[in-house]
Design a protein around this ligand. Sequence first.
Ligand SMILES: C[S@@+](CC[C@H](N)C(=O)[O-])C[C@H]1O[C@@H](n2cnc3c(N)ncnc32)[C@H](O)[C@@H]1O
Length: 324
Amino acid sequence: MHHNPLPRLDSASEIRERLLPLCRLRRGDLWIDSLRGHRVGCLDAADSHEVNEIMQRDCAQLAVHDPPYNLVAFKRQSLQEYLRWCRKWIRNSDTALRSDSSLYVWLGADQKNGFQPLPDFIIMMREMPFQPKSLVTVRNQRGYGTQKNWMAIRQELLYYVKGKPTFNVDAEYTDIPKILRGYYKDINGKSTENFERSRSETIRAGNVWVDVQQIFYRMEENVSGCYAQKPIKCLDRIIRASSDDGDLVIDFFAHSGSTLLASEISNRRCYTMDTDPVFAEIAIRRLEHFRETGRLGWQNGHPFEDELDIGNDTTSSGSIETET
Ligand SMILES: C[S@@+](CC[C@H](N)C(=O)[O-])C[C@H]1O[C@@H](n2cnc3c(N)ncnc32)[C@H](O)[C@@H]1O
């Protein structure tokens, strides 16, 4: 049994050669889901024409973007180039979002290189028509860390808004029981403790999320070959807090399709894209696999296991629009 059968699929050139013919989309193509109306494009987030191609005239209530972070793990460019590129997809998001909407951006800080690009991105965002609302930190523990520094276990998530979008506070409650007592307050002359006043047995996530397991190969939602997968639990929380049933969610950097899948589960529509045909295909397959099996990913398997092992054809529940 293979634990994580596929290598990082952005850089494994030999295996990519075998996978590319199995991908439904080429650069410029769009897949439209006939069942629920999701869209997956093999498109460039920084190109306004390509973003218009997927949006048509629709506008979304929520954007959840997870761009490459300009760190060692991704293709690196100069910080100025990176910020120029970010401006483009942020402007495209502005056009694609309603006047009352939310924008979430996952981002990292390189502690070996001046903590770029997180602070630079935050400063750049001051020019943009979004108001900052919160900086969420997700505890993202993996491995045993280092003896020479604090273990790097943080994942940052920026939250911005335009206008006055939905915020469903119920989505903010975790399943962590309240264990700390305190915060006494006088109510009608009686000193009451925090527990007596609150309406929930569990704590709210706040802007430090400690209840999310980082993806690893033993988890059902693992998608082998994807090197930057975000947990469905985070996306589910974001989507339920910042959109309503039936709303449109956009994610310009699909990769393993986590936002697409979380949107399907919570009855939202999702338009998502990736410049890499392999990841666009994986996002579609993950949705189809969920619909067929109820599973969130491929624990011990992978999205191309049928063809790579036994050479079957793929099946599709949607139609493809090819760039003209
Ligand atoms: C950090 S990953 C996203 C991970 C995703 N949130 C998940 O949970 O699987 C970034 C993805 O963006 C894609 N990408 C890079 N540049 C892009 C661009 N200009 N437009 C669209 N996608 C791009 C990469 O191919 C990669 O799959």
